[in-house]
Each structure stands twice: as C-alpha cells, then as structure tokens.
Design a protein around this ligand. Structure first.
Ligand SMILES: [Zn+2]
Length: 307
C-alpha cells in the first residue's frame, strides 16, 4: 500500500466533501421529477449551498464539490459562486445517472456531455470523478481511465486511506479472481460519512436520525482515524439539501470545530490529496496483474426471487 505524503506538520487529511446534486438527484437517482422533489433540489442550490459556502469561508476550508452538470446548467450562478470561492469541482455525471442502468455508449456520452458543461461554465476539465450512484457498470472504471481522471471517489474497499481500486472477475462456485488495479487513485467514500442515509427522508427510507447520534458517529470516525491511521484521509459526502437544513448546519459546525481543535489537520480538496499520493511496490504489482473481469452467470440451481 502506498501512502498520502502529508505536507510538513500534517498528520491527517480532511475533505468535508459535498455532493451538490440539487434537482438531478431526484431524476437519475430516484426518478421523482415532481414539484415537491424539485423544490428540495432547489433548496439545496439556493439555501443549502450558500450556507455551506459561508461556513467553509469562515473556517478557512477549501473543499471539493462533486457537481452533476445538470446542477451547473440549472443553477449556474450558485455553481459559479462555489467555483469562485476556490472549491474544486468534481465530475458527478450529468443527471445523476445510475451507471448500471445504461449502456457503455450512453455512459460515455453522458460523461462527455458533462465535460462540456464544466468547460462552458468554468473553463475546466475536472480531474476527479464520483459516480453519481456510488456504483459502477462493467465499463465505468475503463471509462474513468480513458477520460484521464487522476482519481475516482465512489468505492469502498478501504475507509481511511486512498488505494488503487481492483478489478474483479466474479464467479459463483469458485473464488473471484483479482484483475489489474487501476492507475486512477481511489479516494474511498463511506455511507457512514454521508448525510443522506442517516438524515434524509425519502418515503421508503426513514432517515431523519437524531443529530447527536450522527454527530457522535462522525466524530468517532475522525477520532479513530486521528489516533490509529497513519497518513489517514477522512472524506465526507454532504448534500446541500440535507446538511443545509438549520439543525444539520449546527451539527456540521460542531464537527468542524472538533476537527480543528486537533494539531496537524490538513483540510484539503480531493485533488490535493490525490496529488500527494505515492505508490509502493505492492501497488505496482497489483496494477500489473493480467486482465480479469466480468460477472459469471448465476448458477441455474440457485433461485433468487424475481430473477
Ligand atoms: Zn450525488
């Protein structure tokens, strides 16, 4: 395993990352394009995001906003404010599409459609990708590599350190085979450091947990990483339409203050973290493994309901 080479005097990297999904979340993510859900996305753009920009500014934090291009095209002014505040804009799909529901060609087309928007509005080509659905199709990793991204942030094979994500050939009655690890660095995500499952109400997912319980979890993960993980990375995924609610903003501020009360904290963008990465021989060995991929068909005598 390689490591993040920390700047002098720093011992942990912290990315209070934002997934600025706005209305696109309810399109590609949930297929709920109705006025109520559009209003929730609008809240994220017009209320939640300015609150976050203000909090980050007050604490001197520059971070990463993974922003679907649909958000940029729908809310160009607030997106521009994010960019002009110095935050990194990460690629986060066009309409928050689920890569497992589309063909390779469509996936490629939507990646490029989003690249066009980032170029038109900010004159940039993002160096980082976060899959809108935190899931991959068979083609996603290849497409992410082809697109020249420096890093991805969608997978979960580690929690507190980046890594080179592995391809797997999936088999049923024999063990899986490890294929080549990617040259695109993975900055892992975690559902535990995401505000959505714990705090969002979606009807069939209750969410709306007690903020004290969520704060305790987020603080404990930081405290564990600070104490135990050398060259650790603490990376969050916060949604302006969720974290931007008044009582959640108070919790986030408590967390930021707790983190800031420690010596050697490096508040960084994901791009800065990825650029500080150094491979070791084990990473190079994994990247050189022969190709292995694909998912074997389910055995005929295994009866999964509905399939
Ligand atoms: Zn998202």
């Amino acid at each position: 395993m390689g490591k993040v080479k920390m700047p002098k005097g720093k011992k942990i990297a912290v990315n209070i990352g934002v997934d600025f999904d706005a209305q696109s979340l309810w399109l590609g993510g949930f297929n709920r394009p109705s006025p109520s859900f559009m209003s929730r996305g609008e809240f994220g753009a017009t209320v939640g995001t300015p609150r976050l920009i203000e909090l980050f500014k007050r604490h001197g934090i520059v971070t990463t906003f993974f922003t679907p291009a649909h958000t940029v095209d729908t809310f160009p002014d607030i997106s521009k404010k994010v960019f002009e505040a110095g935050h990194e804009i990460g690629h986060h799909g066009y309409y928050h599409e689920n890569p497992t529901l589309i063909t390779r060609d469509t996936e490629r087309r939507l990646l490029d459609l989003a690249f066009k928007t980032y170029k038109n509005h900010f004159g940039i080509r993002p160096t980082g990708y976060r899959s809108p659905y935190w899931d991959y199709s068979d083609s996603t990793l290849d497409l992410v590599e082809e697109s020249g991204f420096l890093y991805d942030s969608s997978l979960m094979a580690r929690d507190l350190v980046p890594y080179r994500p592995q391809r797997w050939q999936v088999r049923w009655e024999k063990g899986n085979i490890a294929g080549p690890a990617s040259k695109v660095l993975e900055i892992p995500v975690s559902w535990y450091l995401d505000d959505f499952p714990a705090l969002a109400y979606t009807g069939n997912q209750e969410g709306m947990s007690d903020t004290d319980a969520v704060y305790r979890r987020w603080r404990d993960i930081f405290d564990y990483a600070y104490k135990n993980q050398e060259n650790g990375v603490y990376a969050m995924a916060l949604h302006p339409q969720i974290i931007g609610q008044a009582h959640h903003m108070m919790m986030l501020e408590r967390l930021v203050e707790h983190i800031k009360s420690h010596d050697g904290v490096w508040f960084a963008t994901c791009e800065e973290i990825a650029k500080a990465w150094e491979d070791d021989d084990e990473d190079r060995r994994l990247m050189a493994l022969p190709d292995a991929r694909g998912v074997e068909k389910m055995p005929d005598d295994y009866h999964w309901p509905g399939k």
